[in-house]
Design a protein around this ligand. Structure first.
Ligand code: ATP
Ligand code: MG
Length: 564
């Protein structure tokens, strides 16, 4: 590709609307352009990268025996009513209406459609196992679209769905996808980790996520290399307290804490550590509000809280009126003593003695509080996010925390959708049997952002070879004035292109500094400089994107070097 014909516009300034480096670089390098909130155009150079991701995903899916199809983006409401998700999916679902006033959605995922295909196409166990996949545009009306293509509203997903006659078959299909995903992310050249995950909206039993590790990742991952444990913090379990609680050393007392509504203010005022306090969160419930009690320094885990009986989904804090009804006091001073709603205590609270809690009275707290003496401690539950240093669930190792970007997700769905939609086949005994399903997603567009997030420096993107829009850039010095340089550059461009390499020939009438800067911003892995001085020795100047120094190579070696 000749740069002058590629219509590429790069930009030096960091765009103000982009918070993280990958989004900034994608805009600066001209990979994407924003149309409106969370909706982007893929420009030619960005599309080249996207196509490379797709090609690798497609190859590995085909190799794993999956069959590509293409389902409609627009799906009828009736199908979603059959699965029950028309009402459950909430505001993430973009709903549409046609001229006959019939309801549709723009697919955020395709379990319903594929199950409809399966119930119509599959008759016998002899047609199984089967895995259908597509690479297609999805729409999710995210509350907070951000980070460019990483959390957009319109995005491209590879979604695959497996069908098996029994749980054993499902396990095999699932493991095949696990292996295919591992091969995909290895080929993409990304540093990733596979973690246990919550099954979330989609439902079902077993699920794992593939995360690209990056500081800016929205997810926290808990792992322990010593015992191989790795889980999204969302679903990483904490253990019940089994130690011996210290005996009470202080008297139970009510103290004035004027204006101390937060743990931070309270700890400052009373000179206690947050670990010595309990916080009481009043959340909305299905049958009136519910109180959740955690150690002051611990964070409530939304996914775990939503699984408790009586807690409303999605998790929402109770409004002021409900807090007053539950505690007899305005928000900020809630505590478990004398509260009038069901209370759940987190496991970690059981270890505390002589702690501080809200007194359910404005500007008042209890200090020197002890279980068994001042309040009863019922069976505790797992309510909080794990933190670094917590034991692994088997109790043998210690957890570390890393940040990750979820790029893939594999689920064992079981019979959730096949049951609801009636997708059955005849088994070996000639009896009807409900299909076992799995579903497997990869965020194609998100991968591009994640790859940049993991591979960049102050000068721009550093593409892993497999993703680069161009493998090599040719930068001629004095192209417009030197016939020798022109001839040599054209020849080199032809030679490398004919050999099947993706070459960007920077034929612009611009200063070398400008060309070098753009080549670095675009993240092209290899750079060849053609100059009169070098040509006089039969040489080119070569540099890899990650290197700081160039070196001279013989002109004839160029192709070998790049292919090797
Ligand atoms: P998240 O937790 O990040 O919202 P999810 O768990 O809801 O994602 P899945 O339903 O598992 O997403 O979808 C499969 C894959 O699609 C995800 O692993 C992710 O890579 C990608 N994906 C999901 N939502 C988005 C989005 N808003 N923008 C870009 N990619 C997305
Ligand atoms: Mg997911």
């Amino acid at each position: 590709m000749r740069y002058s014909k590629f219509g590429l516009t790069t930009q030096k300034e960091v765009p103000a609307e982009a918070e993280i480096v990958s989004h900034q670089l994608m805009l600066r390098a001209g990979l994407i352009r924003r149309l409106t909130s969370g909706i982007f155009t893929w420009m030619p150079v960005g599309l080249r990268v996207l196509r490379k991701v797709e090609a690798i995903v497609r190859e590995e899916m085909d190799r794993a025996g999956a069959l590509e199809l293409l389902m409609p983006a627009v799906q009828p409401a009736e199908l979603w009513e059959e699965s029950g998700r028309w009402d459950q999916y909430g505001n993430l679902l973009l709903r549409l209406r046609d001229r006959h006033e019939r309801d549709y959605c723009f697919g955020p995922t395709h379990e319903e459609v594929i199950t409809d295909v399966a119930r119509k196409e599959l008759r016998s166990y002899k047609q199984l196992p089967l895995n259908w996949y597509q690479i297609q545009t999805k729409f999710r009306d995210e509350i907070r679209p951000r980070f460019g293509v990483m959390r957009s509203r319109e995005f491209i997903m590879k979604d695959a769905y497996s069908f098996d006659i029994d749980a054993e078959g499902l396990e095999a299909s699932y493991q095949a996808m696990h292996a295919a995903y591992t091969a995909i992310f290895k080929r993409l050249g990304l540093t990733f980790r596979v973690v246990d995950a919550d099954s979330g909206e989609i439902g079902g039993s077993r699920s794992q996520e593939f995360h690209v590790l990056a500081e800016s990742g929205e997810d926290a991952i808990a792992y322990c290399d010593a015992d191989g444990y790795a889980s999204n913090v969302e679903s990483a379990a904490t253990l019940p307290f089994t130690g011996e609680r210290a005996a009470p050393a202080r008297d139970f007392e009510k103290v004035a804490t004027p204006g101390a509504r937060s743990i931070e203010q309270l700890c400052k005022m009373l000179s206690v550590a947050p670990e010595q306090t309990l916080k009481t969160l009043i959340v909305a419930g299905t049958d009136g509000p519910v109180a959740l009690v955690l150690r002051g320094d611990h964070e409530l885990n939304t996914v775990k809280a939503q699984k408790l009986p009586g807690v409303a989904t999605p998790l929402t804090m109770a409004d002021a009126a409900d807090v007053i009804a539950a505690t007899g006091c305005e928000p900020g001073f809630a505590g478990p003593i004398g509260i009038k709603v069901p209370v759940f205590f987190d496991h970690a609270t059981a270890a505390l003695s002589d702690f501080v809690v809200g007194a359910n009275e404005v500007d008042q707290h209890f200090v020197g509080v002890n279980f068994g003496r001042d309040l009863e401690l019922p069976a505790t539950v797992d309510l909080r996010n794990v933190v670094a240093g917590d034991p692994t669930p088997n109790g043998k190792g210690t957890l570390s925390i890393a940040r990750g970007i979820e790029v893939g997700h594999i689920f064992q769905l079981g019979t959730k959708y096949s049951e609801a939609l009636g997708a059955r086949v005849l088994n070996q005994d000639g009896k009807e049997q409900v299909l076992e399903m799995g579903c497997y997603g990869i965020g194609i567009t998100r991968i591009v952002g994640a790859a940049i997030e993991q591979n960049n420096d102050e000068n721009g993107i550093i593409w892993p070879d497999a993703l680069a829009p161009f493998q090599v850039v040719i930068v001629p010095i004095n192209l417009q004035r030197s016939a020798i340089v022109r001839e040599a550059s054209e020849q080199l461009y032809n030679e490398l292109s004919s050999a099947g390499l993706d070459v960007l020939f920077d034929d612009r009438d611009a200063r070398p500094g400008v060309k070098f800067a753009d080549a670095e911003l675009l993240g092209i892995p290899h750079r060849l400089v053609v100059s009169e001085r070098g040509l006089a020795n039969g040489e080119l100047e070569y540099r890899q994107r990650r290197d700081t120094e160039s070196r001279n190579i013989k002109r004839e070696e160029a192709l070998n070097l790049l292919q090797g």
